[in-house]
Design a protein around this ligand. Structure first.
Ligand code: PLP
Length: 390
């Protein structure tokens, strides 16, 4: 009999940690391991943002804020949503500032789903989604996309998995791990399914600013979607602010009112000085973001070209996000977990098996290019040498 609540049934430890554990073990034995497993920007937070937060701390602005967030930050987010995304919301009634996009997703899932409800998630997709859904006592249902058509979303693939219990669709645009940016046709397919079957859409747009090609389409901006779309975004990836824990969620007013109760009774509010940093990020100079994006783009090219020169690797160049998602079925390994374990032991490179991201990723591994070019070049060399020795 379990000593903890039944809601933990079916929640696995994050599969990305299995690789991290083995990497730590090898490091403890004195091995040098190159980590391409995580997706954390290695850049410092732009200095004008840090300066604003430091000044705020020193001025004694260190107390609770309104649960929704500082009014000036809500306004800045509302302006951003309108300008960048064509999404018009009332900041005081429809936006909540959250400590991380992760928490914004958790609020969304807790608010929209209850026991027996299903959330449809096209996969491969981020590892935390199904766990969050299960914590809400609801069920994640996967709609596996096909590597053979570039993991593109179609109306048919979504409709195949709908049941009378489906309450919402979860779309990650741009996608981790595939790097796909939703095309207009895909966004319209999602919107059509949501409207025709009376579903909500939760859209996680955390990689919006780490985009190299394609236009960003926000589902909430499509006709008839404002009242059934919950938009999640944050500062971690675009502004290199992972440790600040700052995100936000924009939702229809009635949904946002209930969501606010979850925020009030759990975390209360995001950090006061952290929110001031967020205002600086949105209203200050945007050049640092462009510089980081340019750096990621040349890292992407270096990694993708390097990996593509290894026999058995097929690595399309991703449109966005921080990952190369490579088909390694040509290497002769039975599955990506066996391959990443072998890679770690023999090449001393940590990568993530595609199977961690749900059905559809069985032939793939994910490698992050959130680290410097020297490390990426060395990782490619190590993999090449290990493959040649095999
Ligand atoms: N959504 C996706 C798809 C992610 O990959 C990540 C981080 O890896 C997050 C959300 C979490 O963002 P935050 O740091 O704001 O919690």
């Amino acid at each position: 009999v379990s000593r903890v609540a039944s809601r933990f049934a079916g929640i696995e430890k994050s599969p990305t940690y299995a690789i991290l554990d083995l990497a730590s073990e090898l490091r403890a034995q004195g091995e040098s391991i190159l980590d391409l497993n995580g997706g954390e920007p290695d850049f410092d937070t732009p200095s004008h943002i840090t300066a604003e937060a430091t000044q705020t701390l020193n001025s004694g602005f260190t107390h609770y804020t309104p649960s929704r967030g500082l009014p000036a930050l809500l306004t800045a987010i509302g302006d951003k949503l309108l300008k960048d995304n064509g999404v018009a919301v009332d900041p005081a009634r429809q936006i909540i500032v959250t400590p991380s996009a992760k928490h914004a997703l958790f609020l969304s899932v807790m608010t929209l789903l209850g026991p027996g409800d299903e959330l449809l998630i096209p996969t491969p997709s981020w590892v935390s989604y199904p766990a969050m859904v299960r914590l809400a006592a609801a069920e994640p249902v996967f709609a596996p996309l096909s590597a053979d058509n570039g993991f593109r979303i179609t109306r048919e693939l979504l409709e195949e998995r709908l049941t009378p219990r489906t309450r919402a669709l979860l779309i990650n645009n741009p996608n981790n791990p595939t790097g796909n940016v939703l095309t207009t046709a895909e966004a319209e397919a999602v919107a059509d399914v949501a409207r025709d079957h009376d579903l909500f859409v939760i859209t996680d747009e955390i990689y919006e600013k780490v985009r190299f090609r394609g236009e960003h389409v926000s589902i909430a901006a499509l006709p008839g979607m404002a009242d059934r779309t919950v938009t999640v975004n944050g500062f971690s990836k675009g502004y290199a602010m992972t440790g600040w824990r700052l995100g936000y969620v924009a939702a229809p007013e009635d949904v946002s009112a209930q969501m606010l109760k979850v925020q009030q009774h759990t975390v209360g509010c995001a950090g006061s000085f952290v929110q001031r940093g967020g205002i600086s990020a949105l209203t200050g100079p945007q050049e640092p973001i462009d510089r980081m994006r340019t750096a990621y783009e040349s890292r992407r090219d270096l990694l993708v070209e390097g990996l593509s020169s290894i026999p058995g690797f097929v690595c399309p160049s991703p449109d966005a996000a921080l990952y190369a998602f490579c088909d390694i079925s040509g290497t002769g390994f039975a599955d990506p977990t066996a391959f990443t374990t072998w890679l770690l032991r023999e090449a001393k490179v940590a990568a993530t098996p595609g199977s961690a991201f749900g059905p559809g990723g069985e032939r793939h591994i994910r490698m992050a290019f959130a680290t410097d070019e020297e490390t990426l070049g060395e990782a490619v060399d190590r993999i090449k040498r290990a493959m040649a020795r095999q």
